[in-house]
Design a protein. Structure first.
Length: 538
């Protein structure tokens, strides 16, 4: 038996007869064990898990006893192999978990270490994703809330159904399950490749031509039938079928079969089967990042590439509105993160972001000190400074000592209400004067904040939990003409997300353009850790 300096690891003095520990991971394992003497086998196990702190923490608390040996260990090994075989259903390759090596590992310390490390990898993948969000894009500020892996390993060991326990680690949200079904091909929106392609054109109700025939055949092959007595006529029933298909693949559902709709039906563009599978695999990874969020509770969900904001309560959508998001310029894109909405600000001032002040307004002020006259120039103490007292030509973007502000007014850039969830990036939701932009299908025009198509209705819905008359509460604050802050009690979680593939309220998948290229960056990272969906099909 060995006497280990576990007390020294815990900060207590070590006895003169104790053997000194040199491996930090091994020390962590033995420090968790409730004794000071250990067998050679126990020391070897501590050494084997030394490189993984969470494994060291678990095995230390487990008395440095193996969990994959003997009869009970056999059941756990079998359970691990079973869930690994199902990894492709989550958009993850089984090979990532080394099934061949596990199957051939047998008994002993090396087999224990291999199974433990694979178990840890599977647990971490399912409860927080494979990659770190910010590694794919620095504007993804998603904070992954992983449960402690050593606690989950402990629950796995205690479970009477270890395979069921592992299978239950993945998100159980209906959207995740719908994405899994879509990945498995139960909802394939790709017509058979042997059908004649649809000639590229623009088809509207009342037009006739031979090109309508392959259009009908391709729609019919994937469940969007449009019966008619005049097959070459683009009639109202066909336009309705086209609109349903467009909605399913994330296109504007106007019922007009234009070039983009036809390219998707022909297997090109975002509608292609391979690309859709990549979009779904990325969406599954994004859902795993959000596994620690309560998405059944009341929250605001802003899906950036869909240009849509929703309020969800008890898992059901109760409000939806169009939004405008950040431009595609690298420094103007809307970031991704979750926070708590704390206030509605009625009749808001607009504190112009410094980036806009020095990049857009300072050059104009150097030409004409009275430019952008609707804005006040404000010093560091909040006092308005007359423009004739400032020599704007003296300053650069770095040295300009003032900020700019617009008073509450009908022509304020933020409109009449903004929705605040304090964050380091100064992102918020707000009203806007540019209402015409909501008619566009692609709505990436802002400097990063989210402009709301129906801001008053959003305010009424958010206030509805704290007053019987939310409309009256809001309108009274509005009618005063002065800036008013209305606290939201309780605060409402808000999630700024980026899903190019996501199910609608009926469970049917919808697809959207990767406007910022973030999905492509995530897919590249996933491929780097062994995600090649093509190899999983055989």
């Amino acid at each position: 038996m060995f006497v280990i300096g576990a007390l020294a690891v815990l900060g207590f003095p070590q006895s003169s007869g104790a053997q000194t520990m040199t491996a930090p991971g091994r020390a962590a394992a033995v420090a968790m064990a409730p004794r000071l003497t250990f067998s050679a086998d126990e020391m070897a196990l501590a050494e084997a898990v030394a490189g993984a702190p969470q494994l060291a923490a678990f095995y230390g608390s487990n008395g440095l006893k193996p969990i994959f040996q003997g009869e009970q260990g056999e059941a756990r090994r079998k359970a691990l192999l079973e869930v690994i075989a199902l990894a492709p259903r989550h958009g993850l390759p089984a090979a990532r978990y080394r099934p061949a090596e596990l199957a051939a590992a047998g008994q002993g310390l090396a087999a224990e270490r291999l199974h433990a490390r694979v178990l840890l990898r599977y647990i971490r993948d399912m409860t927080g994703g494979v990659i770190r969000p910010s590694d794919a894009d620095q504007q993804i500020h998603r904070q992954v809330r992983r449960p402690p892996a050593d606690d989950l390993i402990r629950d796995f060991v205690r479970s009477a159904d270890p395979a069921g326990f592992l299978a239950g680690l993945a998100p159980r949200h209906p959207a995740y399950l719908a994405l899994q079904r879509a990945l498995a091909g139960s909802e394939d929106l790709m017509p058979p490749p042997d059908l004649p392609p649809v000639p590229e054109a623009v088809w509207r109700i009342g037009q006739r031509g031979d090109g309508v025939l392959p259009l009908r055949r391709r729609l019919d092959s994937i469940g969007f039938s449009a019966p008619t007595v005049t097959p070459r006529l683009y009639d109202a029933a066909l336009a309705e079928a086209v609109a349903r298909y467009q909605s399913a693949v994330g296109l504007p559902s106007d019922g007009i079969a234009g070039p983009k709709t036809i390219r998707m039906l022909n297997g090109d563009g975002a509608g292609g089967s391979d690309r859709r599978q990549r979009m779904i695999a990325v969406a599954l990874e994004r859902m795993r990042w959000m596994g620690g969020e309560d998405l059944q509770a009341r929250h605001i969900w802003v899906n950036i590439p869909e240009f849509t904001a929703r309020i969800v309560e008890d898992g059901q959508e109760v409000f939806q509105t169009r939004v405008v998001v950040g431009k595609t310029d690298s420094d103007l894109r809307t970031p991704e993160f979750s926070d708590q909405m704390e206030y509605l600000v009625v009749n808001p001032r607009w504190n112009v972001p410094r980036s806009i002040t020095v990049k857009e307004y300072l050059p104009r002020l150097k030409q004409n000190r009275y430019a952008v006259s609707h804005l006040d120039v404000v010093d560091s103490r909040g006092r308005i400074v007359p423009r004739d007292r400032i020599d704007f030509s003296r300053y650069t973007a770095a040295s300009f000592p003032y900020r700019m502000q617009q008073k509450p007014s009908d022509d304020n850039a933020l409109g009449l209400v903004k929705f605040i969830f304090p964050n380091p990036w100064n992102i918020y939701l707000h009203d806007t004067l540019t209402k015409h932009l909501f008619r566009n299908n692609i709505r990436a025009y802002s400097h990063g904040c989210i402009r709301i198509g129906d801001p008053f209705d959003l305010a009424y819905q958010l206030l509805s939990r704290q007053t019987d008359d939310p409309r009256g509460m809001f309108q009274r604050a509005l009618s005063g003409g002065k800036e008013r802050w209305l606290p939201l009690t309780p605060n409402v979680p808000v999630h700024l997300v980026y899903f190019t593939a996501f199910p609608d309220e009926t469970g049917r998948m919808r697809y959207f353009d990767d406007i910022y290229g973030r999905d492509a960056a995530i897919w590249a990272r996933l491929e780097a850790v062994g995600l090649d969906l093509d190899s999983e099909r055989d």
